[in-house]
Ligand binder design. Structure first.
Ligand code: PGA
Ligand code: ZN
Length: 416
């Protein structure tokens, strides 16, 4: 008997910012169920797949997702009930065809992703194996090294400074558990160092890092360098500049630093930082459509620094293919909801690997208690994960799932 999809249901739930998002549950013909919750970004790229919101101002300021819920339970269910469940790629292809738009704007990428991931969960249950193992297929599953947010700015921390993420990258540990323990200590030290400089901290930013109103972007680098100093050589710095959000008409406006830079000026700035601080990874150092300067940045820093495209590639196979062809970067950030199905997500991961690029599996700033991403990171073999800081349970859901998997399974752990 062919295993088929029997039922789909969805529910409007809230994400870690208290904004509506979707939970989806699928029931298979043998009674197995699987569910998934969908994340949501704030510093989104313009080329992302479409997150469908109701636009009804009387509910959640227009951010409700009842339309997406009704698409799952209506049109998508009608197309998928009795559809074979065991071929994830076929399910995802059916979803993409059914939507019929290039950016999934008709049914909503949020609706599609919820269905795609819940089918994957149900399949893992049906196969009676962990999700990561079910997802991996022929890929070399391994534990990811976490890149962990310590300071936040930009859209995630009220624009106190422009650079969005200052992260600790624990490259020199023999296990994920040890790496995590070091970064917890670094997060605490960073707080002490900030307070010693006279800043007050009253809470954490959207991804659980500290969001102080520092005097400059570089001050965050100074403090983070001091915070990681006891782990010299074992912990490095990663940055997510998220520069599209302070770039207008080719001008990067670093208000806090009173600097207005063109693309070349931005590359000079980053090169200066790489020379002065132990930075080994930079994400979105240039804006999402700056195809001219990205290859120049890669030419200047690509042999020393991991240069990741997030808003630049938006987990879109076509954009990644172009980037590989033009030597625009050397790594890609992978966010499932930027593209909308699991199959396309894996297409990007596989493209990166085949090109000798790295991939970093990433959460969104708006997250849920779903830990799917931890399993995806292991299954991908990418070796790196980015899910925010070590506070806030929507982040810990992923970190803790990884701790449990590391305890239970013998999986390789090392920085790629
Ligand atoms: P977002 O931010 O989820 O708000 O887009 C995450 C990132 O830029 O990496
Ligand atoms: Zn980013």
């Amino acid at each position: 008997m062919t295993l088929t999809i029997k039922k789909l249901s969805a529910c409007e739930i809230l994400d870690s910012r208290g904004r509506p998002t979707l939970a989806v549950e699928v029931t298979l013909s043998d009674g197995t169920t699987g569910s998934a919750q969908v994340p949501s970004g704030a510093s989104t790229g313009v080329h992302e797949a479409w997150e469908l919101r109701d636009g009804d101002p009387s509910r959640y300021g227009g951010k409700g997702v009842r339309k997406a819920v009704s698409h799952v339970e209506g049109e998508i269910a009608a197309a998928l009930v009795d559809f074979p469940a065991e071929d994830q790629a076929a399910v995802d292809r059916r979803l993409i065809e059914l939507d019929g738009t290039p950016n999934k704007s008709r049914l909503g990428a949020n609706a599609l992703l919820g269905v795609s991931c819940s089918v994957a969960r149900a399949l893992a249950s049906f196969r009676k194996i962990p999700l990561w193992q079910s997802l991996a297929g022929g890929r070399d599953a391994r534990m990811p090294v976490p890149m962990i947010n310590i300071f936040s700015g930009g859209h995630h921390a009220d624009h106190n400074i422009e650079v969005q993420d200052f992260l600790a990258l624990p490259i020199g540990f023999v296990s994920y558990g040890e790496a995590l323990e070091a970064v917890v200590a670094i997060h605490g030290r960073a707080r002490e160092l900030v307070e010693k400089r006279g800043y007050r901290l009253t809470g954490v930013a959207d991804e659980g890092g500290w969001g102080p109103a520092l005097k400059s972007n570089e001050e965050a680098l100074e403090i983070l360098t001091e915070a990681i100093a006891p782990w010299e050589g074992k912990v490095a710095i990663a940055l997510d500049i998220a520069s599209s959000h302070f770039c207008r008409d080719g001008v990067y406006d670093l208000k806090t630093d009173v600097k207005q830079l063109d693309g070349t000026g931005m590359i000079d700035l980053l090169e200066g930082w790489v020379g002065r601080y132990p930075i080994i990874s930079i994400e979105d150092g240039l804006s999402e459509d700056d195809w001219v300067h990205w290859p120049q940045l890669t030419g200047r820093l690509g042999d020393r620094v991991q240069l990741i495209g997030d808003d630049f590639f938006t987990t879109n196979p076509e954009r990644v293919r172009r980037g590989i062809g033009e030597k625009s970067a050397n790594a890609v950030l992978v966010k499932m909801n930027q593209i909308g199905t699991l199959t396309e997500t894996f297409e990007v991961i596989d493209l990166a690997r085949e090109a000798g690029w790295r991939a970093v599996i990433s959460a969104r700033s708006g997250e849920t208690e779903d830990s799917f991403l931890a399993d995806l990171a292991i299954a991908s073999g990418a070796g790196q994960i980015k899910v925010g800081s070590i506070t806030r349970s929507e982040r810990l859901a992923k970190y803790n799932r990884l701790l449990e998997i590391e305890k239970r399974h013998r999986l390789e752990y090392r920085f790629p």
